[in-house]
Design a protein around this ligand. Structure first.
Ligand code: CP
Length: 313
């Protein structure tokens, strides 16, 4: 039974295969429209979501399957005290594959131990968000033609931003990536990401606090929201929330080929005026989330091997 809890649960080759399949889906979506007929996806969301839950549901529907689930812990028996383990056992009777978001780090990993169907981590606390990473990789691949060789600036809340942690873990498996980590000192990357992921990669990296100083070097600027829900006090959040605001003036310092990405939702960190800049790709990125989740569902259900391999060769 395959699950996707951490980006490293898939080898680089498996990751690239999902991205390649997602690219094909994005160009030939009709070809896939009945491939999951009779299959059911359950979305178990104990934390709020717009993109991840709805793009998973859209993905399964576009594959011809069906969906069920809940969008808050309050509307499930978690509110009566049911454990993640028991929920995972139950849902295995009702669905063929599960996407789970939980406020506790490690909850989807616990579900995977007790489920008899594939579990996908749709975001666990400030830890990991592997399907956002697949979305991000697809967006870079489509935008630049290659993930190798990029200089990427990751900006904002690098401490609590789970999308950043998962993306870095995946990027170190590509070639000649340069990292520039842009954050206030209170929101720098967790030590384990620097010590266990970035340093062993041997790729050059810098930790800086000024976006203006480095934006001109970047191929990709990955903006993030300051994660209000992970702060222990309101005062710190208010002080840090507007640390970076990307606007026309700062965009003027970037390369013509810069890609501005954001996992969304945004608050103030990208001014609305930037949306019309052709270098702003965050809405395309969200669209790519549907294709990548279609590819992931097919992969975890083993359907891409059975039906689709010939058409991808
Ligand atoms: N990118 C992302 O995870 O968005 P949602 O919180 O809306 O799912």
């Amino acid at each position: 039974m395959r699950h996707l809890i951490n980006p490293l649960d898939f080898t680089k080759e498996e990751t690239d295969k999902v991205i390649k399949l997602a690219e094909d889906i994005s160009q030939n979506i009709e070809k896939y429209s009945h491939t999951c007929a009779g299959k059911i996806l359950a979305t178990l969301f104990y934390e709020p979501s717009t993109r991840t839950r709805l793009s998973f549901e859209s993905a399964m529907m576009r594959l011809g399957g069906q969906v069920l689930g809940f969008s808050s812990a309050q509307s499930s028996s978690a509110s009566k005290g049911e454990s993640v383990a028991d929920t995972a056992r139950m849902i295995s009777c009702y669905a063929d594959i599960v996407a789970m978001r939980h406020y506790k780090e490690g909850a989807p990993a616990v579900a995977a131990k007790f489920a008899s169907v594939p579990i996908v981590n749709a975001g666990d606390g400030g830890h990991q968000h592997p399907t956002q990473t697949l979305t991000d990789l697809l967006t870079i691949q489509k935008g630049r033609g290659s993930i190798d060789g990029i200089t990427i600036g990751l900006c904002g809340d690098l401490r609590f931003g789970r999308t950043v942690h998962s993306l870095i873990q995946s990027l170190v498996r590509y070639q000649n990536v340069r990292f520039i980590f842009i954050s206030p000192k209170e929101l720098t990357l967790p030590d384990y990401i620097i010590e266990e992921v970035v340093k062993p990669s041997g790729f050059p990296y810098r930790e800086v606090s000024s976006m203006e100083d480095v934006i001109g070097e970047l191929d990709v600027l990955y903006m993030t929201r300051v994660q209000k829900e992970r702060f222990f006090n309101e005062e710190d959040y208010v002080r840090l929330k507007d640390s970076y605001i990307l606007d026309h003036k700062k965009m003027a310092l970037g390369k013509d080929s810069l890609m501005v990405m954001h996992p969304l939702p945004r608050v103030n960190e990208i001014a609305v005026e930037v949306d019309k800049d052709p270098r702003a790709v965050y809405f395309k990125q969200a669209q790519n989330g549907v294709y990548v989740r279609m590819a992931l569902i097919l992969s975890l259900l083993g359907i891409e091997n059975e039906i689709l391999e010939d058409s991808l060769c």
